[in-house]
Design a binder for this molecule. Structure first.
Ligand code: SF4
Ligand code: SF4
Length: 296
């Protein structure tokens, strides 16, 4: 069968390149661009493809489809016209992970997402986008009024203000039965890119001490192993809600390329993305352990 790549959907981020166990994916040279005007990924030897599905899992833009693997895929749930908001944005990966688990669990009709605009989760499921932070209280209220629904709240942690807001919100949770995806992004480096100015928090440790949740975990998103673990955790969180267990918080840690790179929110070259990822590995990841803090 072999992986199918939508060449014009590809943003040229390169996220899939290192993921292929057979090294079959190549980025075109600077001369060869697609309808978006960027270099794109091609499959060099389709006959050698083993349909493992890793490239589909890692694609941030919903540009790759592998028919056989994974056995259940949310590919068709991703709104390709919207994902991702800019090249390499891992919110596209989060859309993919959510889509896969919603399809696997068979809860598409029951799922309702509440988010602030800019969270950029674009799926073919009922979604309520808000201009402001009212999405959070409205999401909790909606779940109280519709206990049969599966409610997902996307809480972005970025600068100090949103981080403090999340700490306050999550610290007040008690019996609520919702799934919270906390995106820990928008890290801003200092001028020499050797440290952080703002963003980030270690709130999961505190929440674990309170013991009200059914699942608290932090995951990465930049390798196949990390994305697979994120997918497992998101699936567990949704399953907990289906079973009526208390709330879950899955925190996803990743760099925001256009903010760290101090660029406009548009296409970014693969080389810049690679450089920022290397910086993130050195300066951020060591301070944020990927682990499950609580799992009931
Ligand atoms: S399906 Fe697997 S082997 Fe085929 S191109 Fe994708 S990652 Fe490589
Ligand atoms: S991961 Fe990036 S480079 Fe690879 S196919 Fe998707 S958009 Fe293109």
């Amino acid at each position: 069968m072999a992986a199918k790549i939508d060449l014009d959907q590809c943003m040229g981020c390169g996220n899939c390149l290192a993921a292929c166990p057979r090294n079959l994916l190549k980025l075109t040279d600077g001369e060869q661009t697609n309808g978006r005007g960027v270099r794109y990924v091609e499959l060099s030897s389709p006959d050698a493809c083993v349909d493992c599905g890793t490239c589909e899992l890692m694609c941030t833009a919903g540009a790759i489809r592998v028919d056989c693997s994974p056995a259940v895929s949310g590919y068709d749930l991703i709104r390709k016209d919207k994902v991702p908001p800019h090249a390499g944005c891992y919110l596209g990966t989060l859309s993919k992970v959510l889509a896969d688990e919603i399809v696997r669990l068979g809860i598409r009709q029951d799922t309702v997402i509440f988010e602030k605009k800019g969270s950029n989760i674009y799926l073919e499921v009922e979604t309520h986008d808000y201009d402001g932070s009212e999405f959070y209280e409205d999401g909790l209220r909606y779940k109280r009024e519709h206990p049969e629904k599966i409610v997902i709240l996307i809480c972005a942690s970025s600068k100090a203000g949103s981080t403090a807001q999340n700490v306050k919100w999550l610290g007040a949770l008690k019996e609520e039965k919702v799934t919270i995806i906390k995106t820990l992004n928008w890290f801003e480096p200092n001028e020499t890119m050797d440290g952080l100015k703002t963003g980030g928090c270690h709130h999961l440790e505190e929440l674990a001490k309170q013991g009200n949740a059914s699942l608290l975990a932090r995951a990465g998103v930049r390798t196949p192993a990390e994305v697979s673990e994120l997918r497992r955790l998101v699936g567990k969180a949704l399953k907990n809600q289906m079973e009526g267990k208390p709330f879950s918080v899955v925190e996803m840690l990743f760099p925001c390329f256009y903010r760290v790179g101090n660029r406009p929110q548009s296409l970014m070259p693969y080389e810049d993305i690679r450089r920022i990822n290397a910086w993130f590995d050195t300066c951020v990841v060591p301070d944020y352990e990927y682990r499950v803090y609580l799992d009931h």
